[in-house]
Write a protein that binds this ligand. Sequence first.
Ligand code: NAI
Length: 319
Amino acid sequence: MASPATGEVVIIGSGLIGQSWAMLFASGGFKVKLYDIEPQQVTNALEKIRKEMKFLEQSGSLKGSLSAEEQGSLISGCLTMQAAAEGAMHIQECVPENLELKKKIFAQLDQIIDDKVVLSSSTSCLLPSNLFAGLVHAKQCIVAHPVNPPYYVPLVELVPHPETAPATVDRTYALMRKIGQSPVRVMKEIDGFALNRLQYAVISEAWRLVEEGIVSPSDLDLVMSDGLGMRYAFIGPLETMHLNAEGMLSYCDKYSEGMRRVLKTFGPIPDFSGATVEKVNQAMCVKVPDDPGHLAARRQWRDECLLRLAKLKRQMQSQ
Ligand code: NAI
């Protein structure tokens, strides 16, 4: 067996995201300790992780160079946060999205950690300065926001707060690269970080187009899945501009007037309620009925698509 990578990683909260992080760190050869307020949750998580790793190995999609068994043996459970944090080089918090709960966890960790470990939160939308203000080890704190499902979608947004040391960002960046994720540096904290700001811009115009009866809900989704999304899986909106003309300068020269004209017609922020929510919900339920069975099956199909897309992206990069 290849020797484990240096240092131990601790996962606080072994739900959906905690389990994914554990698998990713083990794929990079790191020893991982899982802690949860519910000990049974850790037992269940370890079982699920080992099953999932076997499945991924059989389907040729297991990340890293170690076997499923070797990766599985790198992950263990821990009964107390104190025991988990001892000797750790990176702690990834994955408890539910609740500011008071997360602040409590970081305050507890602040009392038991040394000045070398990085304290990282998986929060989707809490501002780092709200999470870390006043901590003795504030310089070592950062948000590392993954995208669901993190095993197949590699982006991680690294969001510092004003007191985060540059070395904390650099170390977390290097660690994310080491486990095969794709980190981006958000230079300054901002509500929604970068990913959700882009996502909400898209959702809001999608909603307005449906609300105003310009396109049906199912056609709206096709505009993305069979249109914009095809290239966005490979190149972003800025590179799209660059390639859609003779470079960026040419694109702005040709299209900026049209873009500005269209952008001026964008409406106010939708309130996501009333008749439009009924209409969108009805259309979505025709496609995927909203009972747990149908939703789970569709999510499984989505993850299978993402897994194959991830493989394709790897092949395309190595050409
Ligand atoms: P989850 O509800 O699946 O898991 C949370 C886990 O934390 C549970 O196992 C729970 O028992 C445990 N927990 C609760 N209180 C605790 C405590 N005091 N100490 C230790 N463990 C405790 O939640 P999920 O979906 O894994 O989300 C975790 C974090 O990741 C949240 O901040 C969320 O915003 C973020 N996130 C979630 C994404 C998603 O799509 N689910 C995507 C990206 C980030």
